[in-house]
Ligand binder design. Structure first.
Ligand code: NAD
Length: 325
């Protein structure tokens, strides 16, 4: 399960060569971002209140590790009124108390494979609120058995299901949300660098993310005339249920965190900050963008050779039989 799977990431500082571990520790980063985004203020509210008077729908919270939850908490701290969806009763039991903790009692079931459930969410939002100011889409799925090995071996069934849930669902909910945004609004979805570059084991999910990113650009054009902005956050690796489904996630994630320009991973608070920027009036001139929040990993072509040499030396020192002669 995720905790074991990502244990090495949580303890990554121990494995990082000294010269790579000089950046701030994750608790310092969390403290800094909490201060910047106002999350340390009384009652969890920010003094800035950038989302005051805005109402939005958050789709994709599974638990308190979910990226959607990191974004929701920041939006709520800035005064947003939130509605949440959840997939299935088991997740509903986790999502409802989380929603309550940010003052939200508008929590609805939604499985994006079932169009009737998508329709009933937007009917309910329309009936209760009349209109929407923003949408957060943080939904993805691909068969775990195909999040390993070769992309070439992807099955037709999993390809279609992955594309439907991880890509088309955004188009489907964006159209319905736009109908509830007569005064303009903003939408975001979540993507990953595996949509832009070949990433081991990401396979059909990478192809779905590429299509999702293209959808962001097409939707931005379709809705731009109505004052509705559409953007994506391309997140660096985060320890979540979805992330844990990728084979060798522990190695891939730790590698990216060690070799990113900032020499670390990203926090839910940092993703919340990016969500706040893209959904608030701070970014009124921005649409159709893929905004990376990944400690800069996407900009490098290869890690620093010195770092690789240090890792290789550490690995050979730990290899069985080393030090015997
Ligand atoms: P998560 O497991 O917390 O969230 C994934 C969500 O997708 C869950 O709430 C799940 O219920 C929902 N979902 C899956 N199938 C669904 C369906 N048929 N109907 C409705 N909901 C469904 O994991 P997360 O990492 O927070 O994922 C959120 C988004 O962030 C995903 O798009 C993911 O690809 C993206 N992302 C994650 C990472 C990472 O490292 N975790 C990095 C970049 C992008």
């Amino acid at each position: 399960m995720p905790d074991e799977l990502f244990g090495a990431i949580a303890g990554r500082d121990r494995a990082i060569p000294h010269f790579l571990s000089m950046s701030a520790g994750s608790s310092q980063i969390r403290q800094k971002t909490r201060a910047v985004f106002g999350l340390r203020l009384r009652g969890g509210e920010s003094s800035l209140m950038l989302m005051k008077g805005k109402r939005g729908l958050v789709m994709g919270v599974a638990n308190d590790h979910s990226i959607a939850w990191g974004i929701a908490k920041t939006l709520a701290a800035h005064g947003a009124a939130l509605a949440f969806t959840y997939q299935g009763d088991a997740l509903g039991r986790r999502v409802k108390p989380l929603a309550q903790s940010v003052g939200a009692d508008f929590v609805l079931p939604c499985d994006v494979e079932d169009v009737a459930s998508v329709d009933s969410v937007f009917t309910a939002v329309g009936n209760k609120w009349g209109n929407l100011d923003f949408l957060v889409h943080a939904i993805a799925y691909s068969d775990k058995n195909e999040l390993k090995g070769r992309y070439a071996d992807t099955s037709r069934e999993n390809f279609l299901r992955t594309m439907m849930i991880s890509c088309f669902s955004f188009t489907e909910v964006a159209r319905r949300a736009a109908d509830l945004m007569p005064n303009g609004g903003a939408m975001i979805t979540l993507t990953y660098n595996g949509g832009l570059r070949a990433m081991p084991n990401y396979n059909a999910m990478g192809v779905a993310k590429a299509a999702l990113e293209a959808s962001v650009r097409y939707l931005a054009v379709d809705f731009g005339g109505s004052g509705i902005r559409v953007n994506a956050i391309s997140a660096g690796p985060i320890r979540t249920l979805a992330g844990a489904g990728i084979n060798d996630a522990r190695f891939m994630f730790a590698f990216q965190q060690r070799h990113s320009p900032l020499h670390r991973g990203v926090t839910l608070e940092e993703l919340g900050g990016a969500g706040l920027y893209l959904l608030s009036d701070l970014s009124t001139g921005v649409t159709g963008e893929i905004h990376f929040v990944d400690s800069g990993y996407n900009i490098i072509a290869m890690p620093n050779p010195e770092a690789l040499r240090t890792e290789a030396a550490a690995a050979s020192a730990q290899a069985p039989g080393s030090g015997e002669d």
